[in-house]
Design a binder for this molecule. Sequence first.
Ligand SMILES: Nc1nc2c(ncn2[C@@H]2O[C@H](COP(=O)(O)O[C@H]3[C@@H](O)[C@H](n4cnc5c(=O)[nH]c(N)nc54)O[C@@H]3COP(=O)(O)O)[C@@H](O)[C@H]2O)c(=O)[nH]1
Length: 710
Amino acid sequence: MTKAPSSGQAKSLSIFLIEDDTAHAELIRRAFQEQSPRVQLYQAASLAGYHALLKQHSPDLVLMDINLPDGRALQALADSHDHRAFPLLVMTAYGNEELAVEALKGGAFDYLVKSPDLFRRLPVIVQGALREWQLLQQRRQAQADLQASERHYHSLFESIDEGFCVMEVEFDDDGTVSDLRLREINRIFSAQTGLGPECLSHSIRELLPEIDPFWLQTYGAVARTGEAIRFQRPEQQLGRFFDVYAFRPDNGSRNQVAALYRDITEQKRYEEQLKHLATHDVLTGLANRTLLLDRLEQAIHYAHRSGRLVAALLFDLDRFKVINDSLGHNFGDQLLRAVAGRLQHCIRETDSVARLGGDEFVVILAEVADMKDIALVAGHLLEQLNQPYRVEDREIRLSASLGISLFPRDSDDSATLLRNADMAMYRAKRLERSSFLFYAPEMNQRLQETLELEEALRQALEQEQFLLLYQPKVNLVTGQICGCEALVRWQHAQRGLISPAQFIPLAEETGLIVPLGDWVLRQACAQTCQWRDAGLQPVPVAVNLSARQFRKGDLTQRLQSILQHSGLAAGELELELTESMIMDNPQQAVQIMHELKQLGLSLSLDDFGTGYSSLNYLRRFPVDNLKIDRSFIRDVATDTSGASVVTSIIQIAHNLGLGAVAEGVETRDQLDFLRRCGCDQLQGYLFSKPLPAEDFAALLREGRSLTPPI
Ligand SMILES: Nc1nc2c(ncn2[C@@H]2O[C@H](COP(=O)(O)O[C@H]3[C@@H](O)[C@H](n4cnc5c(=O)[nH]c(N)nc54)O[C@@H]3COP(=O)(O)O)[C@@H](O)[C@H]2O)c(=O)[nH]1
């Protein structure tokens, strides 16, 4: 192994010469010595020598004879990958080109056909090969760098946990955006949009024919201006909602836009749900108070300009609480939904309907020309609500009371308009059910009074400011007292005795009737026992029962406990029920009445004739007496049709095996008529007004006949 002398400071080149032909090797060595003194030539004559050299030096280039004593250059190429770090030139004898081509395939950088001329030119050839090798290396490096950077880019691209795409924006000649083409997309983008790699380079207009032009315009603007933009937008065709950050990538292309997509469909859905919940009534899906006030304000705002009217119509269903309590909340809910549906069906698109809660609904009529139109709509809505409802295979009728307030007449403030409509509704309910009233300022005063009365009624209950009067019932044959009716009075400190007609409806409405009614029952039972204990011949006492008391689930238990506590026999207590309270739900009423009868109580049907009992039902009611309403008795002596009604009722009672009781008997003529008809019992001012307990006791004690002689 010889080493060529080095020359100067220039970087010396290490070249391996692997040649077993010593003559060739010498020629080559000389050529280098003469032409390239800075080349260090390391020589070996076999493959083994070549491998030994490799262990000690790193060659810049290898010149290798293709056939060596211990193998071929091809073997060296196959054995080692080192040649990849330096160019390996194989030298062949003339005629061995096939082998040389094989060597090239195996990784040789080039092949040279040996000749004296070649040996001479070899230093120049080597310089050229080295330059070429260097260029190749640089190219390889650049390629490898590029591949590495692409791999890095792709891994980044895919590691983003958002959809990512790069698009080509296509512009028309006039600068408007004509189309987009997807250039790059990541997996998440495909999952979000359904646009997979097969869509790359395709027109977005073809992929999504109904795409919102917004997307094209926005991406066009980003491409044109280079300004990034962030926005949230639904894409209807994909049915998704995206949060998008779009920017122009820094890749020199002025027509490209990159965009990061975050799918916020669920978040938006949730937000919408929350918004809906905050502004809508869960049961009916109608607007709630918050949204209603908002809409009312908007309607007022527009009406300010148009000079038209806005009406707030507040409905409250009559007797809904009774229905809800007696038929159950599920039934009540279905009914409320049906009411909501009807109201919605009846209004125009520009109007709104809302549920305030409970059984209160509001309709806003916007842009109305005059009050006549409002009255027409109000009448129509009430009529619609009055139509029978079918719920759980049951037909049920409802009515509603309606209060109306107007912008600008009553207020220009939405909350005040609602309050005024509420007052008008309250008044309508008290006057006549299923009617409407326009708000009037004096209602405010009345409402105030009612509220005060309600508060006073509560206090009166706590302080027991009530007393009972007793009105005798008279046996028509004997003229003797055969019973009495307990009638409550309120002893007001300032207003004196207040009639039940004034406070019973309020007590009924507020629910105070239940404790008040219990007090009346306890008091009436206790009083009757006191008369008996005082040695008087006791007569059954009748007590009026209100609808609420009647429907309250624990009525029989409460009555049982009251009877037990007072010591009164059940047979001495009579309950007066009205036709209307029973006909609300006749089936349930029959059941309750049977329970009361089982306790041993007597039952009478009060105000008979004013309601709408069918004879069919009447047969099934386990009542003892029919009390003919005083409005019929008033006219018996003067009006033939009134007289025939009374005659018929008495006959019906007798045919059904019931007693007939006439109330409100005030005159001798009425008495004579009733006598002729064979009425059983009489009650009225002709015999006695309702009396305090001690005065009634005196009457009992006297034991005289109360009917005037025939
Ligand atoms: N739920 C309850 N309701 C009650 C109770 N106490 C009374 N009431 C009801 O209040 C209404 C008014 O009652 P009141 O002012 O006591 O009037 C009763 C009698 O005074 C009156 N009457 C009796 N005779 C005559 C008469 O000859 N002429 C005439 N103009 N009025 C007369 O009738 C009323 C009794 O009616 P009724 O109950 O239908 O038999 C009234 O509806 C009471 O029911 C109570 O404790 N609970």
